[in-house]
Design a protein around this ligand. Structure first.
Ligand code: MIC
Ligand code: SF4
Length: 651
């Protein structure tokens, strides 16, 4: 028997179709799903259209954590819809205020060795307890809720061998920031990161979860730690020892690539705007004035993170030029801080207490002032994500953040003169699931009336692609276009359950006052039956799982994306909504195309059916170029059926 990686062991246990051979597409059974309100409303509307009485997973949880600002009725309408649809379909419902999906799922539901599919790109947080936890578009999650398999390409495994132990003031955040400096945010599609080695055992589950959470920024399918004594202790402290099983890769297994990180040699780091891979040492940033600090998000807002913060702040006052806030990751964290008095230390130091939700991480308030530096313990710093244009965000550990809040500038924490407060994982967490509504029995569930407020609009179904297309380049953009560029969140997030309204801000960041918007230009073409085309460079669609980045362009008549490379989740979302993703065979052709060029593509469906390449004619620039179709057999069937919903219904 050949030695196996942990990832392949879990894949093997869940395999329902295909062979576990590199680069082959396989289907796996999904044990658990999670959805959150910003993606979940669409996911459940699509699930409803599948006419399935009740979810078929072991466990599905619907969280409300993103859209909680509630300016206008939209957010609350969504919450009520999600609560009633969960009750009707056999889904757990984590009520607003209960915490951020990934933090709560880790605390209350995750299970080592299980598979988890979530409609949020940070679902890999679950890898911190040895789950195979993958982010996907809402429609893929809806299919999994209906008992359908999830399809992925058999991954390449990057083994990260950890040795040594973290020194005081260096945090697990610095592990993932270090890895981002090595692997960057591009070029890692189709990989899984597996941690192993002697350095693993010293890391607690919350520390591991920080690393797997932000692994999403690498663009990998997921990240995973072994499940060991630390995992057992964490789950036992959550009163869930039965969800633990010991798991590890076979010792002599072969990784496709091995990266060594010596924890004792790490130093505090920061990811600087505008990308999580723009890594600098805190040393090099020392002395930079800071006017805002936020500790929170699904990356770094665990009980141990905030206890460390409370210990440092005890009896102190934050610097006069800093606005400081904390957003504990869950109600469990908030409750425990309140019960043991640590919250009083944080409040006493002058912190603003934000609710247990995504909040500033997704531009829901607390935007920084113009021309200032904001330190955040989050995972993303894409331009403008804070709600402030030209924002300057440093993503750091809570250790670096809290010292900056006290001193008003970036300081190497180990040189701050403050003693490092060592926080141990509690032996028992305070467990109270009174804000989680358990599924009803089928008989009761059948009586539930699903409430859809007037701001909830059922999304338009995808359509089959034409055989021949006359199209026009609506936008030519560069490298690393994120889903935040395509579909901004922040103030627009409340339109998630209303595609016609939300579509108005597609590619908002490229709109200028003097010209028609992307949406206006696209709709004009749609009326004339001309296909809209987006041309991009490397790593198109980085970042979130939001399927609106495919659904809204589809609604506007976009039929095709031509890029040098496309990220995994976004590519799957494009296919699910029958927008054709193709890649330049020769990157130099990208340079020859101009915005507004007219493009012609013939025999599209024949190519989707059986070819690996398709010819595109640029009628304006008068040249032809070849693009590759990197599609699995199932992708081809989905595109030919006119999207995943039509494909699933036809089966
Ligand atoms: C994010 O961090 O970008 C989000 C908001 O959580 C997204 C999901 C969404 O857009 O609703 C993600 O990570 O997938
Ligand atoms: Fe929420 Fe931010 Fe985590 Fe996304 S990254 S789930 S917005 S806290």
């Amino acid at each position: 028997m050949t030695a196996k990686t942990l990832t392949y062991k879990i894949l093997e246990n869940h395999l329902v179709s295909g062979n576990l051979e590199k680069n082959q597409s396989v289907g796996i059974r999904i044990d658990q799903t999670l959805t959150q309100d910003a993606t979940g409303t669409t996911a459940f509307l699509l699930f409803e259209s599948m006419d399935i009485e009740r979810v078929k997973t072991d466990l599905s949880v619907s969280y409300v954590d993103h859209n909680m600002s509630q300016f206008g009725p939209e957010n609350h309408n969504d919450h009520i819809y999600l609560q009633t649809v969960a009750a009707s379909k056999g889904v757990y419902f984590s009520r607003p205020g209960n915490g951020i999906c990934h933090q709560v799922h880790l605390e209350r539901f995750g299970k080592s060795g299980a598979t988890l599919l979530g409609s949020d790109s940070h679902t890999p947080t679950g890898g911190g307890i040895g789950m195979l936890a993958i982010g996907a578009g809402g429609l893929d999650v809806a299919v999994a809720m209906g008992g359908g398999a999830f399809y992925l390409t058999c991954p390449k495994i990057i083994g990260v061998r950890l040795s040594g132990v973290l020194s005081d003031w260096t945090a697990s955040k610095d592990i993932i920031l270090k890895l981002l400096s090595i692997l960057t945010t591009k070029g890692n599609v189709g990989c899984v990161v597996e941690y192993f080695g002697p350095g693993v055992e010293s890391l607690t589950v919350p520390q591991r979860a920080t690393v797997t959470n932000m692994g999403a920024e690498l663009g990998v399918t997921t990240s995973i730690f072994p499940s060991d004594e630390q995992t057992r202790k964490f789950l036992a402290a959550q009163d869930r020892e039965e969800d633990y099983q010991p798991l590890a890769a076979d010792e002599d297994c072969q990784y496709d690539e091995v990266i060594e990180i010596d924890l004792s040699k790490l130093e505090p780091l920061a990811a600087c705007s505008p990308s999580p891979d723009n890594i600098k040492t805190i040393k090099s940033l020392s002395g930079t004035k800071v006017s805002q600090v936020v500790i929170g998000s699904c990356t770094n807002s665990s009980f141990t993170d905030l206890m460390m913060v409370a210990e440092v702040l005890k009896g102190q006052t934050i610097h006069p030029s800093v606005e400081f806030a904390i957003a504990p990751g869950s109600r469990q964290v908030m409750n425990m801080l309140a019960q043991n008095g640590a919250l009083a230390d944080i409040v006493g130091a002058g912190a603003r207490i934000l609710e247990s939700s995504c909040g500033p991480c997704i531009g829901q308030g607390f935007s920084p002032a113009d021309g200032t530096v904001s330190i955040r313990t989050f995972n993303r710093n894409f331009a403008g994500r804070t709600g402030t244009k030209n924002d300057n965000v440093f993503l750091t550990s809570p250790e670096v953040a809290v010292i900056a809040a006290l001193k008003g500038e970036v300081i190497e924490p180990q040189k701050s003169g403050i003693e490092y407060p060592k926080i141990n994982m509690p032996r028992k967490f305070v467990v109270d699931d009174n804000m989680i509504q358990a599924p009803l029995l089928l008989k009761e569930a059948k009586k539930v009336k699903i409430l859809r407020g007037p701001t909830i609009v059922v999304p338009e179904a995808a359509k089959k692609l034409p055989d021949n297309m006359n199209g026009k380049v609506l936008l030519k953009c560069g490298d690393k276009i994120t889903t935040d560029h395509i579909m901004p969140a922040g103030a627009f997030l409340k339109y998630r359950s209303n595609v016609p309204e939300y579509s108005k801000c597609v590619f908002n960041c490229f709109n200028t006052q003097d010209k028609p918007t992307f949406a206006q230009k696209a709709l004009e073409l749609k009326d004339k039956k001309i296909g809209g085309i987006v041309v991009a460079s490397e790593s198109y669609g980085q970042g979130s799982s939001r399927e609106h980045a495919a659904l809204c362009p589809m609604y506007l008549g976009v039929k095709m994306v031509i890029a040098k490379s496309i990220e995994r989740i976004h590519k799957a979302n494009l296919i699910n909504f029958a927008v054709l993703p193709i890649e330049f065979e020769n990157g130099a052709d990208y340079d020859k195309i101009n915005p507004d060029d007219e493009l012609e593509v013939k025999n599209i469906n024949d190519a989707i059916n059986s070819a690996d390449s398709i010819t595109v004619k640029d009628k304006t620039a008068d040249f032809e170029f070849a693009c590759s179709l990197k599609l699995s057999d199932r992708d081809r069937k989905i595109l030919l059926a006119g999207g995943l919903l039509n494909y699933t219904k036809s089966k």
